[in-house]
Ligand binder design. Structure first.
Ligand SMILES: [Zn+2]
Length: 167
């Protein structure tokens, strides 16, 4: 039976084993949701560069100075930012890892500044976590003490060492 109203705003786009991609017609955003309970510390997917480009887009992941990876497989780009991440893009080893236990149905989120030094499209985060940092613009704008609590790429770690300590 079809109802006039109540049409689902969230549509399943594709399935990828441990996760499904959904599209929310209201927010017009994709999201990546776990289909199974996942323990912390697991390798969920392996990825490589489809290409490395000099300029970032909202879909690329930074791997070095002026080096931005277009992900292969592309579907991993559907994983959104969260200030309390449950996955980490380990660009040094080409693996997506769980960094805490994830429940089936939970959205997989990663901390953009864990790979992005300076984002071209900063935004006001609405992740809803008590740990939410608010305006997200890349690792360069976060207190070193705070960002060290996160898993970080070797590039971000090397950048943090070069930044003079704020007094
Ligand atoms: Zn947030």
């Amino acid at each position: 039976m079809k109802l006039k109203t109540g049409k689902s705003q969230v549509e399943l786009l594709s399935r990828h084993g441990l996760g499904n991609i959904y599209y929310d017609h209201h927010t017009q955003q994709r999201s990546f949701q776990a289909t199974k309970n996942i323990k912390s510390g697991q390798i969920l997917y392996r990825f490589g560069p489809k290409q490395i480009q000099a300029n970032p887009t909202y879909l690329t992941v930074q791997v070095g100075e002026g080096q931005h990876m277009v992900l292969d497989p592309e579907f991993l780009a559907a994983i959104n930012h969260g200030c309390d991440p449950n996955v980490f893009f380990d660009v040094d080893h080409g693996v997506l890892r769980s960094v805490r236990d994830i429940k089936a149905g939970e959205q997989m989120v990663y901390f953009y500044p864990s790979t992005e030094w300076q984002m071209i499209q900063p935004f006001d985060c609405t992740c809803g976590s008590p740990k939410c940092l608010g305006y997200i613009q890349g690792a360069h704008a976060i207190e070193p003490e705070l960002i060290q609590r996160y898993h970080l790429s070797s590039y971000i770690q090397s950048q943090l060492k070069e930044v003079p300590t704020l007094v």
